[in-house]
Design a protein around this ligand. Structure first.
Ligand SMILES: [Zn+2]
Length: 238
């Protein structure tokens, strides 16, 4: 585990739901953005199932969660925010999704791709990883390799001016096999601010700051800094 990672030029965060970028990687996104990286978020689903409120409708929830996600992305200095709008809880790793994700990779040309760890079924012995998380992680990794890299996949992209692209590094969130910790001591407050934007998703908002700080301290337990964010990192350029 270490943290002398050079700032990437471009970072693409592909996640299942509004609020996944914040829980998984807001501190790291804020850090890289503050160092000049262009950070793009792609939210695959519309988040339309994430409410237990009796009065809530899918339409209201989708609009509310988009608004929350915009505020959260602004808090950490994200450059672009893309909503693919697929139905929450119903996505499959199929050709439609893979083509959409290859298109994002070829459009935003990231050095670093951040997505879900598709192999994490149970995380930390404490929670069951959402099927959408595993599906988005799986499809994003398929899109990264080999689909986005090799020009004969989705040849229509080339005709539209989208060239093949090779991702150098993958950071997987919500992993039960983390192998890398980023020092987010300088951006923990921005992570808290970003998470606080997701009011519809967070019970006990007043307890959120301490909860996030404790998680950050736990993540940095075996390293020398105060607050960390952990990832399963896969270096593809070796
Ligand atoms: Zn999620």
């Amino acid at each position: 585990m270490s943290n002398n990672f050079p700032t990437p030029d471009r970072v693409l965060v592909i996640v299942a739901h509004p609020d996944d970028p914040e829980f998984g990687a807001a501190g790291t996104s804020a850090l890289w953005a503050s160092q000049g990286a262009e950070v793009t978020y792609v939210i695959v689903t519309d988040g339309s199932k994430g409410s237990a409120e009796k009065e809530m409708t899918r339409e209201k929830l989708v609009a509310l969660r988009e608004e929350e996600q915009r505020k959260a992305a602004d808090a950490v200095g994200v450059s672009q925010l893309v909503f693919l709008g697929l139905p929450d809880g119903e996505i499959e790793n199929n050709d439609v999704l893979r083509e959409l994700l290859v298109r994002q990779i070829r459009t935003f040309k990231p050095d670093v791709l951040v997505t879900h760890d598709p192999t994490s079924r149970i995380v930390g012995g404490r929670y069951l990883n959402h099927r959408d998380h595993r599906t988005v992680g799986d499809a994003s990794l398929d899109a990264t390799f080999p689909l986005a890299r090799d020009r004969l996949n989705y040849p229509q992209h080339e005709l539209e001016g989208l060239d093949p692209h090779k991702v150098l590094d993958v950071f997987l969130i919500f992993s039960d096999q983390p192998n890398y910790t980023v020092d987010i001591s300088s951006t923990i407050d921005l992570k808290i601010k970003a998470l606080s934007a997701h009011k519809s998703q967070i019970a006990n908002l007043e307890e959120l700051p301490e909860r996030i700080r404790q998680r950050g301290r736990d993540a940095a337990e075996h390293v020398s800094f105060e607050y960390g964010e952990t990832f399963r990192r896969v270096q593809l350029n070796r």
